[in-house]
Design a protein around this ligand. Structure first.
Ligand code: ADP
Length: 165
């Protein structure tokens, strides 16, 4: 079985992420959305539990998609990928600026685990500007989140933003 791994911090998950995940679900047997976290690193807006809960609601209804998490203290993505028979890391490319970093990560993953392949899907035009950090900023100004993140998780983000203001 070939498994697409869609890794990220998902702080929070956006419609740009969901777009890549759903397109991967059309191509691969199964998709695992992997919320990467590192308890020792910079403070994210959402806790791991909150990120997982939002990601699960965002992909609800997609039968071959599930959500998992991985603590990078336990290793890099290449290590996580070892639990799958045929792992393919699927990343979205928004702009040329994403490419340099992603190309480097791909090389490192391949070095550490030669069984890992990486595939890039180009971001859909309407989401090329969208990132979790933009969503966090919009939320902190109390602006409209519709069209940026799944409707089901808008209340979670608005609630958290109030606490951050
Ligand atoms: P961020 O949105 O801050 O880049 P992540 O680290 O959670 O957050 O992103 C994980 C991956 O999801 C990115 O490396 C990229 O491949 C993909 N991605 C993020 N936003 C988009 C988007 N708007 N369109 C396509 N792919 C995206």
């Amino acid at each position: 079985m070939t498994t697409a791994i869609c890794p990220g911090s998902f702080d929070p998950i956006t419609l740009g992420h969901v777009d890549i995940i759903c397109r991967a679900a059309e191509i691969f047997d199964e998709v695992v959305v992997c919320v990467m976290h590192n308890a020792a690193k910079k403070s994210p807006m959402f806790t791991l539990e909150e990120k997982l809960s939002m990601a699960r609601r965002a992909v609800e209804g997609y039968k071959n998609v599930r959500v998992d998490s991985y603590d990078t203290c336990d290793g890099l993505l290449a290590e996580y990928a070892k639990r799958f028979e045929h792992p393919v890391v699927v990343k979205g490319l928004r702009a040329a600026s994403d490419f340099d970093y992603e190309f480097q990560m791909n090389m490192i993953n391949k070095c550490l685990n030669p069984a890992v392949e990486t595939m890039f899907l180009t971001a859909s035009e309407r989401y090329t500007f969208l990132s979790s950090s933009i969503v966090r900023e919009v939320a902190q100004y109390g602006a409209e989140l519709k069209g940026l993140v799944p409707d089901a998780i808008i209340p979670d983000i608005e609630e958290k933003a109030k606490q951050w203001r």
